[in-house]
Write a protein of this length. Sequence first.
Lengths: 356, 356
Amino acid sequence: MGRKRIKPGKVRLTEVAALAGVSPITVSRFFRNPDTVSAGRRLRIESAAKDLGYVPNLAARALASQRTEVIGVLIPSLTNNVFSDVLRGIYDAFEGSRYSIQLANTRYSLLQEERLLRLFVMQKPAGLIVTGVDQTAEGRAIVQAADCPVVQIMETGPEPIDMMIGFSHVDACYAAISHLLAQGCRRIGFLGARMDPRVQRRLQGYQNAMKAAGVFDPRLIVTTAVPTSTTIGGNLFSDLMLKAPDVDAVFCANDDLALGVLFECQRRHIAVPEQIAIVGFNDMEFMASAVPTLTSVRTNRYEMGLRAATMIMDEVEGRPVAERVVDLGFEVMERQSSTLQRAAAVPADRASGTKW
Amino acid sequence: MGRKRIKPGKVRLTEVAALAGVSPITVSRFFRNPDTVSAGRRLRIESAAKDLGYVPNLAARALASQRTEVIGVLIPSLTNNVFSDVLRGIYDAFEGSRYSIQLANTRYSLLQEERLLRLFVMQKPAGLIVTGVDQTAEGRAIVQAADCPVVQIMETGPEPIDMMIGFSHVDACYAAISHLLAQGCRRIGFLGARMDPRVQRRLQGYQNAMKAAGVFDPRLIVTTAVPTSTTIGGNLFSDLMLKAPDVDAVFCANDDLALGVLFECQRRHIAVPEQIAIVGFNDMEFMASAVPTLTSVRTNRYEMGLRAATMIMDEVEGRPVAERVVDLGFEVMERQSSTLQRAAAVPADRASGTKW
DNA sequence: CAACCGCGTGATAGCGCTGTCAATATCGCT
DNA sequence: AGCGATATTGACAGCGCTATCACGCGGTTG
């Protein structure tokens, strides 16, 4: 026959109900929505629960109600601090709500992502936040099966799974390169690490801008599959100097690389921006305090996380979400590292700090 | 009476069992431990599950088995990239295992920590990883009630809740200051931000070392409750220069501050290390590539996360954990920013890169 | 004054899975 | 062949909670 009898010390809804002199279902209602219970019983239940040290069993709740209050979040890297800002936004938004977050790390692998999505779906999450737009067909199918609100973050693109919030990496990089061109730079190098889909799209933006200006040269592109770091930034710059000693500017696909380039320039006694201009991407906090201050493309990562989370909650709780695809834009933060005295050969139609 | 009849499309263990021609419990066994099922049935079940698109229901599993495979992780900040290394270790260790991680953010608030612990306990986690040793009595009680392995990380201290892995922040800072003293520095400033418990202990180590050398001066200490950042590093250094213009070295409670100090020195044309030596804490990646390279105290954060996770798994799976309290030590990475030509007045008994 | 509504409450019947123990099949060995 | 030991399988009874429907009650409506 069945299992061992009930442990004596265990406190269930039933025990609380008995002590409070109400039915278990009323206690259940009290915990989910206190307002639906009359004031008198509310007090009795409250004190009974406290006396017994009652702790709701989430598994039982999830099984009976066929849903959970877990939000699954999938990001490709924990090391890349770009994501920590997004996460902060997400965590801040869910702060104090009844939802809890389950964070998983795809390591930039689509297969890993599939595996994790499958795992999430088993938990019947209330919502899902995934990074990027490059899910496999299988991955999309799994998400669809979850039958819950989904937000894709970090970039915008066609065919959202459900909702989407981000910006165009192609346009953002195009704008950064345009700024350098406007400063009179012509031999603009591109440094990229990891080369994940979003960095690829930045490279695309670079190519578009360089070709449009008629100054594209593949030798100016130096990339590596290795994850980004300050050291790698210095190394890539050294490689670039070998391939194209005449560079007058460097666009770095992210800020760590830019900092590495700055250090390498200091090491080589190359004047920034006089001899070489530097532009980064993401506008990390340190960019504005470096010497010289470093130009970067600001992306609204915190807001992205915050709004993604809000979109999920609105959708779950039945509030209509007006904008299901949000482009947060970006801003080229022009600083000393790319501000040149020399006459701009390209019209400087993109003024300082232009919002796109 | 009860609820609506079963949805027709739903795939449960029972459906898979029927199609495979076995009993539900056998299917259950197959999913938890395929080896306990004979090869013939294994194949039949596998194909049946695939045909039906069966997805196990984790809530039901958790309810029936009275446990989950969720590991709760509590960290105080998502922005402070000290934790991203620890997290990477944790995620790497659980990678491919059956456990999944639930990460929560206490924001350096003990009350918040309590709330989150309470939330975790409702899920009956398989294990818990918490940051620091300063839980409230209430918090400790909640954790104890969870009745699962617990590892405290980031520092060592007396009275572990269960297991513990970290290092002594007092000793680590003491060693860093000793290094500066050995270089002949006497007016050593202390810069600290956020001032969480671990930074407080670093300050303690600083005071111990300075007093032991007879050179303690409270005017050399500049701190703020604001979270750490490069900009704050510059600001704190400026404050320090006002309070004590004769400083010959700065110890920064973390590396962001140190970078900010370096930039501020560049701005003020103060030679590092000739006029002022700089030492940071944590040994972030960029410290070794700065110009000059920056001395820091390396802490083994990745290993800490990895081993904390391993300890949890060992404990859960019944493998005895030999070392329940692990001191990972630290290493003073002596670099250009604190290496002085001038004669050392204090015996340099702590050679370069000494492991403690 | 009957019909109707909405609120607060309760009884019932599962949600989908697994722990426990029993039953059966298989095997090695004397 | 006979025996116990071992592997494999199954029956049963919940795990603790909530969806659903039913009911009683006071007040509103035509």
